[in-house]
Design a protein around this ligand. Structure first.
Ligand SMILES: NC(=O)c1ccc[n+]([C@@H]2O[C@H](COP(=O)([O-])OP(=O)(O)OC[C@H]3O[C@@H](n4cnc5c(N)ncnc54)[C@H](O)[C@@H]3O)[C@@H](O)[C@H]2O)c1
Length: 305
């Protein structure tokens, strides 16, 4: 297949692009390198340094005639989306909409979208299924939700196949501090420097941490399976304090964490029910947290990625 991966110079997109290439597909990466790195674009992919809102994208679509668009490019900081909702919407809503328009015009068969657990906000029950009502607490979460609605509409109107993968908190060696699972990178980096990481609030807030290789596998399966929205998480909750303890155990760090007041607007508890992904995509997370954290620590010890 000919596949466009937007955001293919970033943490998750570069891993997805690499896996598509290894599976024998032709891959084109579009990324404006705002947080991504040119040297993370896998060898073998055609690369365009382009913003997803750039009209020049039309030429890329007309030249490559994609079968699939895999859309990972985004403004990924929840905090920044609160400070600059217009800028967030420009990339995350208008950029996505532009891509969707080109996908329909140029006969793309399937659109895979990197959505987020942020669409749920503080859910009433956990692990949260896809059927739970959305309640985003940030412009970032709202934009993800809006794009899912556009996908639904365009799918109905034009027959475009679409899949939205709602990721839990994705962690791995290349994850950056500002993203949704940034706490893993921040804690591990601080501990390896011999500094006490800061816990905001009581540390009992929970997250569903899913390893990047598992997320890549979901993107491989979504190439020709499934329709609609899928949670990509483990269904397990780990508190921020427990995460600290696990990292401390792995590294032999003995000091306690530092505490600061809770940050307003943060979701308190979060975990995603992966039942539908298991049933329809045959997907479930394979890397357990202790193993994944060990891989992150080893990568950071070797000097990043
Ligand atoms: N990391 C997580 O825990 C997590 C959780 C849920 C959803 N997601 C989603 O997964 C996707 C990838 O996130 P990531 O964690 O790899 O972050 P990342 O910052 O590493 O990747 C985002 C990539 O998009 C590129 N980009 C940003 N704005 C762009 C624009 N306007 N035009 C073109 N390229 C642009 C960046 O340069 C970067 O390479 C995003 O859509 C994000 O919202 C991530």
């Amino acid at each position: 297949m000919r596949i466009l991966v937007t955001g293919g110079a970033g943490f998750i997109g570069s891993a997805v692009a690499g896996a598509y290439l290894r599976a024998g597909h032709e891959v084109v990466v579009v990324d404006n390198l705002s947080t991504g790195r040119r040297d993370w674009v896998p060898a073998g992919a055609v690369f365009y340094q382009l913003d997803v809102t750039d009209p020049g994208l039309e030429r890329v679509f007309s030249e490559h005639r994609f079968d699939v668009v895999n859309h990972h490019a985004a403004q990924v900081s929840v905090t920044r989306s609160v400070a600059d909702p217009v800028g967030d919407a420009r990339t995350n809503i208008l950029g996505s909409l532009a891509l969707l328009g080109f996908a329909v015009r140029f006969g793309v068969r399937r659109f895979i979208f990197a959505s987020s657990c942020a669409v749920y906000g503080e859910a009433d029950w956990r692990p949260t299924p896809e059927s739970a009502p959305p309640g985003p607490l940030s412009p970032y979460g709202l934009a993800k939700r809006v794009v899912e609605d556009y996908l639904r509409l365009y799918g109905d109107l034009t027959g475009l196949e679409w899949v939205a993968l709602r990721y839990a908190n994705v962690y791995g060696p290349r994850a950056k501090p500002h993203t949704e699972a940034g706490v893993v990178t921040v804690f591990a980096t601080e501990i390896l420097r011999g500094r006490r990481p800061t816990v905001f609030g009581d540390g009992l807030q929970t997250r569903d941490f899913v390893y990047v290789d598992d997320v890549v596998e979901a993107n491989l399966r979504a190439l020709d399976r499934g329709a609609g929205v899928f949670n990509i998480g483990t269904g397990r909750e780990t508190s921020v304090l427990e995460l600290f303890r696990m990292l401390a155990r792995i590294t032999g760090f003995e000091a306690p964490p530092a505490f600061e007041p809770a940050r307003p607007g943060e979701v308190r508890f979060s975990s995603l029910d992966p039942g539908r992904a298991r049933e329809v995509l045959g997907w479930s997370a394979q890397v357990d947290l202790a193993d994944g954290l060990l891989r992150v620590v080893e990568a950071l010890r070797k000097g990043g990625s």
